[in-house]
Ligand binder design. Structure first.
Ligand code: MLC
Ligand code: AMP
Length: 504
């Protein structure tokens, strides 16, 4: 698509259409729009796709996936650069009855090896940018294919019938104990969330969403594609957040979804004026806290009150500020229709851990009954690990996190995962990883390291060793060598002290 000429409108085959409409309700909701009604997906180089084209491509890719050995209930790992083909492969995997497992393109071979072992996929999709992982996949006996092979022309195959509680995807999310867990997401999890958000945010077939997020996370893969697809709208894919491309393409769009870094960068750029954004219907932020001052600054500059919402890989979206009515800075709004939240064991200020229940919530972690059990209360509520407070008008504010987590530019980094890698290095006695405030990314990863002996290793050696083990976004931007870590009387490392010293 990105390299070819414009697509000719071409209705999908009747067999695919019939099955699509009846037995795979997620795909029916996302793709069941008039084949030639409206263009829905465009690429930066101007190629155009309509829903009929997309259905045809999904049907063809479904056939290729089946030939490659993907069957009902299988997993398909996918580590590829962002492109419309990535979206076709997600939808085709769902059509083949399998679970789509997207991976951050920054993951190293060591990280990929873990996902291969855990997910035991029938197929791994790699492109020329991620070819390095093919050796790891082959060593595990996993077949590898490419987007080019899987999205080539060919006969269309209709979607496999699936029930609402069947898996559509597994998204890996790091954990407090270091190892990533695969959050299972069912057809109903995705469909219920997409339908609710489409209505709440008033998406229609007239909308064009500017899509500059990666498509390996909930935000970019599910919210920012399922919602416009559900509405029969359009998306404009940018490969990444490039502020010049944003300025160029926003005039064609009606809505945007981004992490707070998108908005702080736009705030700093003189091109995003009130006039330049006057045509926009909706600007949405999520995945990390949007500072109240960024919200206020953006509104003062552009006239747009950013609509902030709150979610999680395991739960899809949980709350949203209202479409009509007061979008309150520093809050994440109200629970979505059909979704319930409660604050567990609130303190005197009403602050406690946010728990959530609803059709959006994961049934649990892939092949990890222990973590699943730990993440739910006895009475079935999912424990987010976020600290929240609900005001008199029912607006939720996320005021902190109980979980030890750094969110950098919307990417989550669990310190434990980085600490385990640093602690394993020669010359290192122990380490503590924490987040420091960062003007662009919200938080940046920092590490305090205690050596076995003075000079046993240094910052450069540590960084070099981590480069092979961890994706770039997890690698500390600052490392401080300390004689010892600050601990309380219980022996627990005081990360607050490290943060205070680091930012002071
Ligand atoms: C890139 N880098 C990062 C980084 N992104 N480092 C820390 N944190 C990040 N988020 C590193 C790169 O590896 C590179 O390192 C250098 O920074 C510059 O890379 P870049 O590609 O030029 O960065 P940039 O394009 O500026 O990307 C920043 C960003 C991007 C914020 C636009 O990270 C982004 O799109 N984030 C969105 C994440 C997201 O979708 N989260 C949703 C999770 S779902 P070097 O050393 O090679 O130069 C979720 C649930 C919910 O949370 O509620 O939505
Ligand atoms: P992830 O595990 O990548 O899905 O990230 C989910 C986490 O991102 C949540 O548990 C929150 O800590 C954080 N998060 C998402 N949206 C918001 C928001 N609007 N404000 C504050 N934190 C958020």
């Amino acid at each position: 698509m990105a390299n070819g000429g414009p697509f000719v409108v071409n209705c999908a085959g009747p067999r695919f259409e019939v099955l699509l409409m009846s037995e795979n309700t997620l795909l029916a909701a996302l793709l069941g729009h008039q084949p030639d009604q409206a263009v829905f997906l465009t690429t930066p180089d101007g190629d155009v796709l309509c829903y009929g084209d997309l259905r045809r491509r999904v049907g063809q890719a479904t056939g290729h996936l089946q030939v490659a050995g993907v069957g009902t209930g299988d997993r398909v790992l996918c580590q590829i650069a962002k492109s419309p083909e990535g979206l076709v492969l997600y939808l085709a995997t769902v059509a083949a009855g399998a679970a789509f497992v997207p991976l951050n393109t920054g993951y190293t071979g060591a990280e990929i090896d873990y996902f291969l072992g855990d997910a035991a996929p029938a197929l791994m999709i790699l492109d020329e940018t991620t070819q390095d992982a093919s050796g790891v996949a082959e060593a595990r006996g996993v077949r590898v294919s490419s987007p080019a092979e899987l999205t080539a022309g060919g006969p269309m195959v209709g979607p496999v019938p699936r029930a609402g509680d069947d898996l559509a995807g597994i998204l890996y999310t790091s954990g407090t104990t270091g190892r990533s867990k695969g959050a299972m997401l069912t057809h109903d999890n995705l469909l219920s969330n997409a339908q609710v958000l489409t209505e709440l945010w008033r998406f229609t077939d007239q909308d064009v969403l500017l899509h500059a997020l990666p498509i390996f996370h909930t935000h970019g893969l599910f919210v920012a594609t399922n919602v416009p697809l559900c509405a029969g709208g359009q998306m404009r894919f940018l490969p990444r957040l490039d502020i010049d491309a944003l300025a160029q393409h926003l005039p064609d769009c009606t809505a945007m979804m981004g992490v707070p870094t998108f908005y702080t960068r736009m705030l700093d750029d003189p091109r995003f004026t009130r006039e330049a954004l006057a045509h926009m219907r909706l600007m949405i932020s999520g995945s990390a806290p949007l500072l109240a001052e960024s919200h206020a600054g953006f509104e003062a500059k552009t006239g747009h009150a950013i609509l902030e919402r709150y979610g999680m890989t395991e739960t899809n979206m949980i709350t949203s500020n209202p479409y009509d009515g007061d979008r309150r800075a520093g809050t994440v709004g109200h629970p979505l229709p059909g979704v319930e939240i409660r604050i567990a064991e609130p303190d005197d200020s009403g602050i406690g851990v946010v728990e959530v229940r609803g059709p959006n919530v994961t049934p649990g972690y892939w092949r990890n009954a222990e973590k699943t059990a730990e993440s739910f209360t006895q009475d079935g509520w999912f424990i987010t690990g976020d600290l929240g407070q609900v005001d008199a008008d029912g607006y939720l504010s996320i005021v902190g996190r109980q979980k030890d987590l750094v969110i950098s530019g919307g990417f989550n980094i669990y310190p434990k995962e980085v600490e385990v890698e640093i602690d394993a290095l020669p010359g290192v006695l122990e380490s503590a990883v924490y987040g420091l405030p960062h003007p662009d990314l919200g938080e940046a990863v920092a590490a305090a390291v205690v050596l076995n002996a003075p000079g046993a290793t240094d910052e450069g050696e540590i960084l070099a060793a981590l480069a092979d083990r961890l994706a770039r976004f997890k690698i500390p931007r600052t490392i401080r060598i300390l004689p010892e870590l600050p601990r309380n009387t219980m022996g627990k490392v005081q990360k607050n002290e490290l943060r205070a010293a680091g930012s002071g």
